[in-house]
Design a protein around this ligand. Sequence first.
Ligand SMILES: Nc1ncnc2c1ncn2[C@@H]1O[C@H](COP(=O)(O)OP(=O)(O)OP(=O)(O)O)[C@@H](O)[C@H]1O
Ligand SMILES: [Mg+2]
Length: 258
Amino acid sequence: MSSKPMLRIEGLAKNYGGLKAVRGVSFEVPEGEIIGLIGPNGAGKTTTFNMIAGAEKPSAGKIFLFDEDITGLQTEKLYYRGLMRTFQLSHEYAKMTSLENLMVAGPSQLGENIFMNWIAPARVAKRESEVLNRAQDTLEFLGLTHVETELAGNLSGGQKKLLELGRTMMGDSKCVLLDEPGAGVNPTLMLKIIEMIRTLNEEHGYTFCIIEHDMDLIAKLCNNVIVLNEGQILMQGAMETVRNDERVIDAYFGGGVV
Ligand SMILES: Nc1ncnc2c1ncn2[C@@H]1O[C@H](COP(=O)(O)OP(=O)(O)OP(=O)(O)O)[C@@H](O)[C@H]1O
Ligand SMILES: [Mg+2]
């Protein structure tokens, strides 16, 4: 790993009452890399993302984005610093179209401000058409142009996952946290999602941290994998090393095969 850390987590912890969901987790996500975050159900993966993405306040620990302390910053502030996340369960607005779902994920909509609409209508219109163009380009990238006007609630599970990924393309993303981008996705679409993540990494400069149970996706995309178990890092290393490690096999299956 030669590049500097984009994201740095130090001693992150989260307690829910007596339950220690995350207990002192530290790791780095180097700029330009795709890091895998794996581990059995309940290991604390989503809770870790929630803290990084400003959805939950840490009980202890610090989070740095490019050496700036972002601990406890809210999601919107993080959006403007280029940090975005997707959700394990897709967060689409069911009663809005695919296109509208992407547009609302775009940079702040000046048109929602009545004063701006009155004082600078041309600027508002320009911004809105930029957001529209970006949303249409994103749908094209995702292969979803044919469902542009479909209500998001009617999309398949896999299409909703694509739309989740698309939301991160509506801002100037630098660091993107993906929570199970492949969950419930059929094998063909899975290969497309893997390709899209790779393209965003190689051609658009995105740095990723990916939670995923599908080891094939992790093996195809991630050189470096972090294994969480019971709120702590069990080990970190290359996928081949990690998947053959007895401790990891034990954590997942109590002796089965990963
Ligand atoms: N809001 C909450 N209140 C109480 N307990 C919670 C809350 N969120 C998560 N937990 C608990 O914290 C632990 C870690 O949960 P988390 O969702 O982070 O696991 P995960 O690694 O993402 O698992 P999965 O692979 O199943 O998604 C679990 O025991 C979970 O029940
Ligand atoms: Mg989870």
